[in-house]
Design a protein around this ligand. Structure first.
Ligand SMILES: *Cc1c(COP(=O)(O)O)cnc(C)c1O
Length: 224
């Protein structure tokens, strides 16, 4: 199956999932997760109407961002971010989904201040408590929330999570949606995005309120 057909199928599934719960499908954006995907395949996705993409590694992402600079598309950063890569991430990507600690938020804030910008971020929440997963634990997030909300050069736009692989993802998606509601007051009216759902569970994520689903394999095929 080609990229275009895959996208059409995914769009249809998103529309049906949205319909099941009375949501408007236009509220849901597809982010094409393009790790290990070459530029020509990304172009096929652009031709099929995709406008948002995500990369996991700064070094892998930059050449793609540059190659597609003339297209009307946006690249977000969705991978684990080391502090020495923050400057490049902020320069080449238009948002970061994986802000996983106060330290990283402060670093992004400092870089954005230098660049005289207010930079959109998502806070990644580790809701399962798995040690191997990155993200704020719920406790860390709540303990640092005032300080996070005081950083003037980041604009928090929402939350991101990745449920544990072997479990029913639905409770995690519900939890993230409830957390967004709970903490909205700290971050203002732009804080409304739920970045959740991947190839195996995006329909469930849509049923539970996702506004951005991050899709790799279901659009571009299996990665090597
Ligand atoms: C790879 C990746 C995705 C997409 O995963 P698929 O299972 O291929 O849809 C989504 N989010 C993150 C953070 C990823 O690294």
């Amino acid at each position: 199956m080609g990229v275009k057909e895959n996208i059409e199928r995914v769009r249809d599934k998103i529309a049906k999932a949205a319909e099941r719960v009375g949501r408007n499908p236009d509220e849901i954006r597809i982010l094409g997760a393009t790790k290990k995907v070459k530029v020509d395949r990304i172009r096929q996705a652009i031709d099929a109407g995709l406008r948002l993409f995500g990369e996991n590694r700064v070094q892998e992402g930059i050449p793609k961002v540059e190659a597609l600079a003339d297209e009307n598309v946006e690249f977000h950063f969705i991978g684990v971010l080391q502090s020495n890569k923050v400057r490049k991430a902020v320069k080449y990507f238009s948002a970061i989904h994986s802000v996983s600690s106060l330290k990283l938020a402060k670093k992004i804030n400092a870089v954005a201040e230098e660049m005289r910008m207010v930079y959109p971020v998502f806070f990644e929440i580790n809701l399962s408590g798995e040690e191997t997963k990155s993200g704020f634990s719920l406790r860390e997030f709540m303990e640092n929330i005032e300080e996070l909300s005081s950083l003037k050069n980041i604009k928090p736009v929402g939350l991101m999570t990745m449920p544990p692989l072997q479990e029913d993802p639905r409770p995690y998606f519900i939890k993230l949606r409830e957390l967004l509601e709970e903490v909205k007051g700290y971050f203002g009216r732009d804080f409304k995005e739920l970045s959740m759902g991947m190839s195996d569970d995006f329909e469930i994520a849509v049923e539970e309120g996702a506004t951005i689903v991050r899709l790799g394999r279901v659009i571009f095929g299996e990665r090597e």
